[in-house]
Design a protein around this ligand. Structure first.
Ligand SMILES: C[S@@+](CC[C@H](N)C(=O)[O-])C[C@H]1O[C@@H](n2cnc3c(N)ncnc32)[C@H](O)[C@@H]1O
Length: 279
């Protein structure tokens, strides 16, 4: 199949995710464009995709996260799009022609490395720049070390798509001894500590004595556990908003984290309205 024929198919939950992202970015721009001290407000898409996924149900192309950010007015002063796969990068390149007046850089490779080596060094605190990073991996591709670097420079806030199902189904087992070493390593890099066992497992009394078993957490509770982790490095983290599939299985949680209390408040208002509208 040529790269032109390939596309990403997304479910309704991804469309909802994109709507929430768009609302938060619009609010972010409204606030930042009024700050005369600010020397640039930038958008980082750490897992950019193609820029135009197709809905699974209606087979309709919709704007992916890069286009959602690019279509906002006022615009960001700079756009950083990171994507690892060749064919998706090829599709992203079209954005230069489509948005000639926007300052767009497309990075081809691993977002951890590119953020640490190329993007974050451009926005130290003294630069008076601010950025919002959308972190939307399929699974556990984002490393805690990168999250720490990102939090430490204090100029970047994040909207994280926390991969509930990828961790729940892809790694965790009722009995932790059944988890493969490679899955443990991936989770450790994502969680940033071997303490994920403490966070996600508990001791249970059985006829044969105490046994360590997986905690029974709802999707949202799972998101809250990771929120606690984020609170160790970001002062303001929102409550998670859960995205579930058509069978109500928890897929992921969106969580805001940053250095600004107002950012958290706005994210929580947007998330709460979404939850209310869905009832
Ligand atoms: C969930 S999709 C992103 C969708 C996109 N944010 C949107 O809303 O339209 C995840 C993307 O991350 C890319 N990816 C996976 N691992 C990566 C890595 N380590 N660095 C950069 N991109 C990666 C995948 O190729 C895929 O396009």
């Amino acid at each position: 199949m040529s790269s032109n024929q390939k596309e990403d198919l997304i479910g309704k939950w991804s469309v909802e995710k994109l709507e929430l992202l768009g609302k938060y970015l619009a609010a972010y721009l409204k606030i930042l464009t009024n700050q005369s001290w600010c020397q640039g407000y930038e958008y980082i898409d750490a897992f950019a995709g193609t820029g135009k996924p197709k809905t699974r149900d209606e087979q309709k192309f919709v704007d992916g996260s890069p286009r959602i950010a690019l279509n906002l007015s006022p615009s960001f002063t700079q756009y950083h799009f990171i994507e690892q796969t060749d064919w998706r990068v090829e599709k992203l390149q079209k954005l230069h022609k489509e948005f000639p007046s926007h300052s767009i850089t497309i990075y081809h490779g691993d977002s951890n490395r590119i953020l640490r080596e190329q993007i974050l060094p451009q926005m130290p605190y003294a630069s008076k720049k601010r950025a919002i990073a959308f972190i939307d991996p399929f699974g556990m591709e984002f490393q805690w070390q990168t999250m720490e670097n990102l939090a430490a420079i204090k100029t970047v806030e994040i909207v994280l798509n926390f991969p509930v199902m990828a961790i729940n189904r892809g790694v965790l087992r009722k009995n932790p001894q059944m988890i493969s070493e490679s899955a443990k390593t991936r989770l450790e890099q994502f969680w940033g500590t071997v303490d994920w066992m403490v966070d996600l497992y508990e001791d249970e009394q059985t006829l044969f004595g105490p046994e360590t078993v997986k905690r029974k957490l709802s999707g949202k509770e799972f998101g809250r556990v990771f929120k606690k982790r984020l609170e160790e490095i970001f002062p303001h983290c929102s409550n998670p908003v859960l995205m579930a599939n058509s069978k109500n299985a928890p897929l992921y949680c969106l969580i805001f984290a940053g250095h600004n209390a107002n950012g958290k408040k706005i994210a929580e208002q947007i998330f709460a309205k979404h939850e209310k509208d869905k009832q």
